[in-house]
Write a protein that binds this ligand. Structure first.
Ligand SMILES: O[C@H]1[C@H](O)[C@@H](O)[C@H](O)[C@@H](O)[C@H]1O
Ligand SMILES: [Fe+2]
Ligand SMILES: [Fe+2]
Length: 292
């Protein structure tokens, strides 16, 4: 019997020309997240973190969370909120000075290229920064230090990996002996949902999505809630506070982070072209109007 030889399989992964390629440098010609670069922009970013580190105390976060949990300020759709983001400037970000709606669409379109079938992840990307509306007067007009920037836990020691860590010396929590050690008020493995994280756009948008009954999977909610928690997902600090479920969700947070960070560019997404697709996702996973 003649044996026909099967053609050998080529094991190399062929990247479609459509795949997302992460650039080495940001739109300003610097490495991404270089918080020590010498520039005017960095001075503003450093001042942002000084205020953030001094003012975000356990008590502040507890109080502000309670206040915003009421969701009694505004009623609007997800897309209306995306459009509002055009009026928002983020002073903490060394890599981006495009309108925020572009950042949302750039992130979502980049992730869509590589994960075409995970529509929940496209929508997660589209909405992950919507919480920045907290800066606008009708959402309480919070200062930048209470809305943007990286996040970190309160109620335990401030890890060295946190950007501009030195400014914590003027945070009253640093002098609280119940807080300033590795576990602080927490038990190992207690789960991130039991940890008080600095207040900002992550936790707020998580609340909005959850309380308005989104059908996004838990992994999507986890990504929204912890995407600014770089000390955890980049530096690997605070992992002792995670539980089993957190560890499972981390996989998606790591995937997401690549697109959130490296899609920041000067190349604009054509909003009108992609709008129908995102409206269909919003329709699938959210009610028409949400409480904010
Ligand atoms: O400056 C950025 C920006 O505010 C992002 O939205 C946030 O998620 C990042 O963690 C932060 O570093
Ligand atoms: Fe963010
Ligand atoms: Fe983002």
């Amino acid at each position: 019997m003649a044996i026909t030889k099967q053609p050998e399989r080529n094991n190399k992964v062929v990247k479609s020309s459509d795949a997302f390629v992460a650039p080495d440098i940001n739109a300003f010609g610097q490495s991404f997240r270089d918080y020590n670069a010498e520039s005017e922009r960095q001075k503003g970013v450093e001042e942002f973190y000084r205020l953030n580190h001094i003012n975000q105390t356990y008590d502040f976060v507890e109080k502000t969370r309670e206040e915003y949990k009421k969701l009694d300020r505004v009623q609007m759709s997800i897309w209306e909120c995306c459009e509002l983001l055009n009026e928002v400037v983020d002073e903490s970000d060394p890599d981006l000075d495009e309108p925020q709606i572009q950042h949302l669409l750039q992130t979502a379109e980049a992730i869509r290229k590589d994960y075409p079938n995970e529509d929940w992840l496209h929508l997660t990307a589209l909405i992950h920064d919507l919480g920045k509306v907290l800066l606008l007067p009708k959402f309480g007009g919070l200062p930048q230090w209470a809305v943007v920037g990286d996040t970190h836990p309160l109620g335990c020691a401030f890890d060295e990996s946190i950007v501009h860590h030195k400014y914590f010396k003027d945070n009253p929590d640093s002098k609280n002996p119940a807080y300033n050690n590795k576990n602080g008020i927490y038990k190992e493995g207690c789960g991130l949902e039991n940890v008080m994280i600095s207040w900002g756009h992550d936790d707020y948008m998580y609340m909005v999505a959850k309380e308005n009954g989104t059908t996004l999977p838990e992994a999507g909610l986890f990504v929204i809630r912890y995407h600014s928690f770089y000390p955890l997902h980049k530096a690997g600090a605070y992992t002792h506070l995670m539980n089993e479920e957190d560890r499972k969700n981390m996989k998606w947070l790591h995937i997401f982070n690549k697109y959130d960070l490296y899609s920041k560019s000067k190349v604009q997404v054509d909003i009108d072209k992609v709008k129908p697709y995102y409206l269909s996702l919003i329709n699938k996973y959210f009610p028409a109007k949400l409480k904010w």
